[in-house]
Design a binder for this molecule. Structure first.
Ligand code: ADP
Ligand code: MG
Length: 362
């Protein structure tokens, strides 16, 4: 795999909490602040600062078009012209951070909405990528759409969507197959979006403490053009199980999600860092499904890490930046606020305080 392209997108904050999170963006450099002194960051010289360099960063004002153009558009063109065998785009982040907004967008693709082309300004990466792909007059386009929920794979394009499918790896050539997965032949981007819309209506949607309605599953849309494959993935929420007060079934879901996201990070790391141990694709269903799309040397991986700038999300923000950065082989800066003040100024800054401490019960 070639070097991963990792972008960070900060969604707009709620009016009341905008002052509370600390994410500063400047040409791909992302800094997150956490105040360890209980005062505001600005008053404190002890604020904890985490600074990372990414390939791109998008603030709340970034448009859907900008995000697509910077992260994905050129790769879709290479895929359409046959120069790129596989492109995988992942939206990573906690529930509510903007993954579905980024990868699918609003309006046409949410369940119940009318199936429409990608021209809407709120269209996300999928409708734009599929639109560009069909603009190149491709032959033999097939689409599949599946969901990984609790380490089981479900076909979102089948009427029998609730029977899990088996995932098999061919021992001889290492090719991974999902047995019985529906592959639709399609002749327009509208047909892909219609399939996606039907599949979205079948996605496992459950209520968690973190958000009223949130996806606890990974959704994988795969568009094959001849031998090339485009995989577009809306990952399950990356929030920590403990942070959402999860119990019982929710806790088991969270454990599966954490396991698969960890396996994914390990595989990406192993593929980008030649000195790391070999990737263990079998560690989770998600990584096994992505094996072919990740392991060949010329494939492309794009990660869009989504963060919510609100105070309540500061731990998720730190975790998401840390995770996203693991996909890069770039130095990490961890320093204090005093030295940060002397570094180059940031163009855009949203200050976020530390979340209120829970009462200490000892
Ligand atoms: P996730 O899929 O990560 O749980 P969503 O994409 O559903 O989060 O986003 C949560 C809410 O925030 C949605 O109502 C969505 O429309 C809104 N939202 C997210 N990102 C943005 C953005 N960049 N601009 C405007 N609204 C956004
Ligand atoms: Mg979502």
């Amino acid at each position: 795999m070639e070097a991963t392209f990792v972008a960070v997108r900060v969604r707009p904050g709620d009016e009341a909490t905008t002052k509370a999170c600390a994410v500063a963006l400047d040409a791909g450099r992302v800094q997150a602040f956490r105040d360890n002194s209980k005062g505001s960051y600005l008053r404190s010289q002890q604020a904890f600062l985490q600074s990372y360099q990414f390939d791109a960063s998008f603030g709340p004002e970034a448009t859907q078009r900008e995000v697509y153009d910077v992260t994905t558009r050129a790769h879709v063109a290479s895929l359409a012209s046959g120069d790129l065998p596989a492109l995988t785009v992942l939206a990573y982040g906690a529930t509510g951070a903007g993954k579905t907004h980024t990868i699918m967008g609003e309006g046409s693709l949410r369940s119940g909405g009318p199936a429409r082309r990608g021209e809407s300004t709120q269209a996300g990466i999928i409708p734009r990528a599929v639109g560009d792909l069909f603009a190149a007059n491709p032959k033999r386009v097939r689409v599949s759409y599946l969901e990984v929920y609790n380490e089981k794979v479900y076909d979102l394009l089948s009427d029998d969507a609730r029977s899990p499918l088996r995932v098999c790896e061919d021992e001889k050539n290492g090719v991974v197959k999902v047995l019985g997965l529906t592959e639709l032949g399609v002749s327009s981007d509208g047909e892909v979006l219609e399939a996606l819309r039907r599949g979205n209506a079948r996605r496992t949607i459950e209520s968690t403490g973190a958000n009223d309605v949130s996806s606890r599953s990974h959704a994988v849309l795969r568009v094959s053009v001849g031998d090339a494959t485009l995989s577009l993935i809306d990952l399950a929420g990356s929030e920590r199980a403990s942070a959402t007060g999860n119990r019982g079934a929710r806790l088991a879901e969270a454990a599966h999600i954490n396991k698969s996201l960890l396996a994914l990070a390990n595989c990406i790391n192993a593929l980008t860092d030649k000195t790391a141990p070999k990737p263990k694709f079998r560690d989770s269903k998600l990584t096994l499904l992505l094996k072919t799309a990740l392991e060949s040397p010329s494939v492309r991986l794009v990660v869009v890490a989504c963060v919510n700038p609100s105070m309540a999300s500061v731990d998720d923000t730190f975790n998401t930046l840390k995770y996203a950065h693991r996909a890069k082989e770039l130095p990490t800066g961890e320093t204090d606020a005093a030295s940060a003040a002397t570094s180059e100024p940031v163009r855009q800054q949203i200050i976020v305080e530390d979340p209120p401490k829970k009462p200490d019960r000892r």
